[in-house]
Design a protein around this ligand. Sequence first.
Ligand code: SF4
Length: 446
Amino acid sequence: MKQRFCLDKGSDQSSDETEPPGCAAKVLPADLINRSVRLSPLSMPKPRGSNRQKSKPGQPYPAKFPINPSANAFRRRFFPGTSVADWNDWHWQLRNRICGIDALARIVRLSEEELKALHGEKASLPLAITPYYASLIDRDKSFQPIRRTVVPVTAELLHSPGEMEDPLGEDHDSPVPGLVHRYPDRVLFLTTDYCSSYCRYCTRSRMVGQGGECRSSYEQWNKALDYIEATPGVRDVLLSGGDALTLSNDRLEWLLSRLSRIPHVEFIRIGTKAPVVLPQRITLALTRMLKRYHPIWMSIHFTHPDELTAEVMHACNRLADAGIPLGSQTVLLAGINDDVETMKRLYHGLLKIRVRPYYLYQCDPIPGSSHFRTPVAKGLEIIRGLRGFTSGYAVPSFVIDAPAGGGKIPLLPDYLAGREQDALLLRNYEGKIYRYPDPQSTWGAI
Ligand code: SF4
């Protein structure tokens, strides 16, 4: 079978900053027209007050959606005739995803490895990249971190021992299609198999982008909702996919309103990469709608500090201003973000846009992932390089999602150095040993 490109047709194709596509969405008229705005990426902060647009008092960012200078240059070069308003319309971004070899070859010089992979037979994950995210890709360097996360290479076709289609055993813990119930008090609700851009290391590569049609049918959702309703122990529902924020506002609101009527559901989380690969999705209409269903929390999938553009900053600020606590989830990837300095830049940047670094994941052993996976020791080295050397808020939990359904298992560098009489010996971040009186401890017996 040939490599598949953009088989998924996830969203319908309408336009405005404020309202929905999704699989069966109705289109509402635009109520906000974007104008061309140039902002610097976060990596090049301007002095306060230097933005061309004026912020409202108390609002640290301009009211209208920005376009950073390099994205703007990319738009002019590869999408001439496309207005900034269209570019900033998330429906336009979805309609114009880069999904095939020809489209990709127009914007980057494909390496031999990439070309072979794109013509290959076995890749299971489609290729799709939003034009916005493609604007972050280096045209010439095939080893550029962002490029590596979305452009396939031949190593993806190589299946190594220990790799599995469903490494987390989610299918085994699925009481109804599209719902994973592993932990006692919470469920994972797979709302769609569609993402705006596909990450080459995706844990759910066995299912995302597979259908050629959106699988988020109301019939399937109703079965999942019935299960949640009938299971009083479920107090926390994580809406994910695919990417839950590729659903239209109408469909997302339908889900949220149904969940909010279930008395034992205490809060809802949304897992998404949209603020990173499709920040234009964070419209004012979306945040207005989400605010009606608090408490809502959001886990955002970040990979590299180069993702922290003016657009992403704007999207996260809108979400945070809507009262949504934001956390990041990052997969540790070899040659992409596997060093302390890169992670520190990412986490410092996230804190500036009110995203708390939450999880650092060891890469799951999906088929064709060996080129992405680091030794586990690398994750510990990164945590050791952060803890104590920077704010505690900038230090995520490093976890392995245990194969075969073991769940998330946190790993920490060894700060317990031993025991001496009635004291514990503790190693601090500088490697110095300190004694803590602990006469009653049974720790030595553990
Ligand atoms: S956004 Fe998430 S679900 Fe979609 S391809 Fe990336 S990792 Fe997979």
